[in-house]
Design a protein around this ligand. Sequence first.
Ligand code: 3HC
Length: 661
Amino acid sequence: MSSSLPPLASPLVRWTLVDDVALVTIDNPPVNAAGRDVRAGLAEAIARAGENPRIAAVVIAAAGRTFVAGADIREFGEPPVEPFLPDVCAAIETSRKPVVVAVHGTALGGGCELALAAHARVAAPGTRFAQPEIDLGIVPGAGGTQRLPRLVGMIAAIEMIGGGRRLATEEAARLGLVDEIATDDLVAAAVAHARRLVGHSPRRTRDLTVPPFDRVAAEAAVVAVENKARRQISPGEAARVTLAAADLPFDEGVARERATFLRLVASDQAAALRHVFFAEREAARIERIAGVAPRPVARFGVVGAGTMGAGIAVAAVDAGFEVTVVEMNDEAVAKGRDRIAAIRDRAVASGRLSAAAASQKLAATRLATDLSALAGADLVVEAVFDDLAVKRDLFARLAAVVRPDCVLATNTSYLDPNAIGEGLAHPERLVGLHFFSPAEVMRLAEVVDTATTSAETLATVVAVARKLGKLPIVTGVCEGFAGNRIWAVFRRECEFMLEEGALPQEIDAALEAFGLPMGPFAVFDLSGLDIAWSLRKRKAATRSPDERYVAVADRLCEMGRFGRKTGAGWYAYPEGRRTADPLVARLCEEESASKGIARRAFTAQEIVDRLIAVMAVEGERILAEGIVARASDIDLVFVTGYGWPRWLGGPMYRAGRLDRP
Ligand code: 3HC
């Protein structure tokens, strides 16, 4: 029987008495983040429950779609405000009256830590437990690193806290994190569970010892986390402080964790990762399609089974679409099938896919030589040769085959989609869908809103991109769209610096020290210099003689140095090792001399600052032209499409911090 209790001061936490159990409900939509008022409400409820003789036990539950999804990330940029989450967890744990949590949806970060501090955890099926703090550049800050290994064991704790492993209810129960799975009414089960604990001394996680574990395996797990994280600091720190739980008394372990948390939460990496977290949520708000329902898409067509088309087909099959790929003839189909099979083989070799699943997926990918195979398609992406006449012709032939409402998407990188669509019947169904290579892996999909694209088409393609596991960023039409346009400016500036006195290896070293996984000249060598060269040759006739043009890349190509595939490019590769080449330095010097430029030394900082600055200037132009909606969309383009680590935050974000150390 329920009866009321004098209300709590917090507007976000309410309570009621169910017989002798206080049912405390957190109600902070949308995800019940443990912000100040939630923490205050919980602290007050636990304190008052301790003093109230009518209350024998406490259940903490959450309203809405999920249990607590973590601390309130918006508070991280501000000085911490009492009561602190670790203190609330400590109050729960040391309560003399049993405290049980009723968990549904997700218990993430601080939410998982609240659950760990309780005396028992009752969970609904389908709940997920995780400590995703590393993704925000921090470590758990409310005892998670010390309590989790005591409950689930050291190796599983390191994998969760350092490696982002998530536990579903059943696995959490098997490992000892969940005490009861409530198949029926979660809150009723938790109340009954709490009542059963009354009269027994509460089981405090802090008092448990970490179950015995294999030290060598645990150290190896920490090292694996560190290696995978590369230069991101938080995963290694999180794994190490978790491992310390086996060696330190609980309070000392918690103090170490808190100190690490406070140090990292103020770090540059954490600030950048928070920026990216909120940028992703912002990017989901696309004004032009607010309230517009996407059309259902089940049948997905791809034209062209080259590297791009094969990758797109793989992503589409993985997302559950019914996929048909069309190529020109039997030979091209066979090659396309081989490309798709090679992607599947790589997934099998790396353990991401079973051999059986791979052959099933391969069998599910239909290949054909006739466009009529796409007659029933809901959407077709073309990924054929990037040539205007070829694409126009293809769309004209496609339009004769598909339904008038079939969405037609072009994966062009540099052509003008408006020109591609000229003369197309029902041009409102035309849209750009620009994938990044390898298309089955890279998260970015630029969705290009052409002059004729309807809101419904745009909404449909955005929904399809999300289903493909991509991050859709809507861009307007301009040369190179958002990403390649800024990349071109970046690339050009790198070449200007070559001419002014920097060497390729210096520019690469500066950018690699900054955080990019590979400097641009090493990237050019990897992807090959010949395609850009033929593009430059094609454009040479129309290039203004006043345009500043650095010809070192042309000189390299004229020597047959197309990059790694020819054994040399911007670098030499003796025994496969990237090595600075005096010949390239000489070419740079000759280029400077031919233009009367006195070469000078560049510092690494100067190189990075100058590149960020030109990217930001181009980004501002793109914003002013309305090509993308917001600066943070440009950051996401680089983080999800150009290999920028999330912890760098993107070029626009970095430009805002140029004056900081
Ligand atoms: N703090 C503040 N706001 C949050 C939040 C959080 N922890 N988690 C989500 N939100 C906000 C989002 O910004 C978004 O706001 P908006 O509508 O204004 O854009 C809204 O909640 C809904 O979020 P999503 O759009 O992401 O909704 P989904 O349903 O797709 O996903 C989720 C829900 C899985 C909970 C996802 O939001 C998520 O992963 N959140 C982050 C979880 C996390 O990292 N928790 C750890 C925080 S750090 C911590 O707890 C430190 C502790 O150890 C002390």
